[in-house]
Write a protein that binds this ligand. Structure first.
Ligand code: NAP
Ligand code: GLV
Length: 311
């Protein structure tokens, strides 16, 4: 049996129906269904289960995360570490993240925030910048599945692309920087910094005053990874001083972004509500159904969380 633990009774049922359709024979149940007995659960599909809930399922064979990030699961101190944890994968998350990052970089380049404000005030604000995408380098922090998918889309728009990751990458047309020792050189290249890192103890607060000061003056910033990566007061100070010319932010800590946050009304900030890469339910259900089919046929589970790396 697979238990679905997500918000909303109707949504849970939709997941169960899809999983049953895509893998006939798999019994998928909302976690709160009358016949959903914890000891019968072999698999779980979840986003942010209440702390302690996973620990109450004694016979789990795998946990599937609804998202590519698994921090909503691993922050539960009682999550069963001996059970394989599968991160969401497939092609669609990369396509969608690439679209978001491309849009965010273009909205920074083409003054999207200024025009939205001017339109709201019925003001004709004529503004054409000097640079085109061909004049700019986008630096992507985190060249994993999503960074690697975004890079060629940015290249297609004319941007130069640099990537920073723990280990060196060979992505066509992308200058690769690896490890803490090469972070400063990477930052010095970036006209737009895009954060696509996982949330780990090493990456918490990484986008802070010290890091922002190493960017080219007037750089743009895009955070489509996790809220805790960015230190908001440092971000606001960099925007106010002109060190940053603008920011597009999709993720926050906490979410939803509280009404009193200065980010909502900052003239240089575009806020989106954690929508950068949400793959269609059917695509994600297919990914899970195929992973279970492969696993039950004796194969390995894909895209596993690695407790040593922390992502
Ligand atoms: P991934 O494939 O695991 O890639 C993570 C990348 O970050 C890898 O390149 C990794 O380096 C690098 N990295 C990790 N720790 C590092 C460190 N300390 N220093 C330098 N580089 C480091 O993850 P993904 O699938 O691309 O997803 C990335 C994150 O995006 C997720 O964890 C999630 O938080 C976020 N996300 C957000 C949305 C949204 O809608 N806003 C949607 C999906 C995901 P190596 O390649 O060397 O391992
Ligand atoms: C969304 O934030 C994800 O991790 O997929």
């Amino acid at each position: 049996m697979l238990l679905v633990k997500v918000e909303g009774a109707r949504t849970r049922q939709l997941w169960c129906d899809l999983l049953g359709e895509l893998r006939p024979g798999l019994v998928a149940r909302p976690f709160d269904a009358p016949d959903a007995r914890p000891e019968e659960a072999r698999y779980v599909l979840t986003w942010a289960p209440a702390p302690g809930w996973l620990a109450g399922l004694p016979n789990l064979r795998a946990i599937f995360s609804l998202g590519a990030g698994v921090d909503h699961i691993t922050t539960d101190p009682t999550w069963p570490r001996h059970v394989p944890l599968v991160r969401m994968g497939g092609e669609e998350p990369g396509q969608r993240m690439g679209e978001y990052v491309a849009w965010a970089c273009l909205t920074l380049l083409r003054h999207g925030r200024d025009f939205a404000r001017a339109q709201a005030e019925r003001r004709w604000e004529y503004k054409v910048g000097e640079d085109t995408a061909r004049d700019l380098t986008v630096g992507i922090m985190g060249m994993g599945a999503l960074g690697a998918a975004a890079a060629p889309m940015l290249r297609g728009l004319g941007y130069r692309v640099a990537g920073w990751s723990r280990t060196r990458k060979a992505v066509e047309g992308v200058e690769s920087f690896a490890g803490a020792g090469e972070l400063d050189a990477f930052l010095a290249r970036a006209d737009v910094l895009v954060c696509l890192l996982p949330a780990t103890p090493e990456t918490a607060g990484i986008v802070n005053r010290e890091l922002l000061a190493k960017l080219r003056p007037g750089a743009g910033f895009v955070n489509a990874a996790r809220g805790p990566h960015a230190v908001v007061p440092d971000l606001v100070a960099a925007l106010d001083s002109g060190q940053l010319s603008g920011a597009v932010l999709d993720v926050f800590d906490p979410e939803p972004l509280p009404a009193e946050s200065p980010l909502w009304s900052h003239p240089k900030v575009t806020v989106t509500p954690h929508v950068a890469s949400v793959a269609r339910r059917r695509e994600r259900a297919r990914y899970v159904a195929e992973a279970i089919a492969g696993f039950e046929a004796g194969g390995p589970l894909p895209n596993l969380y690695d407790p040593v790396r922390g992502y």
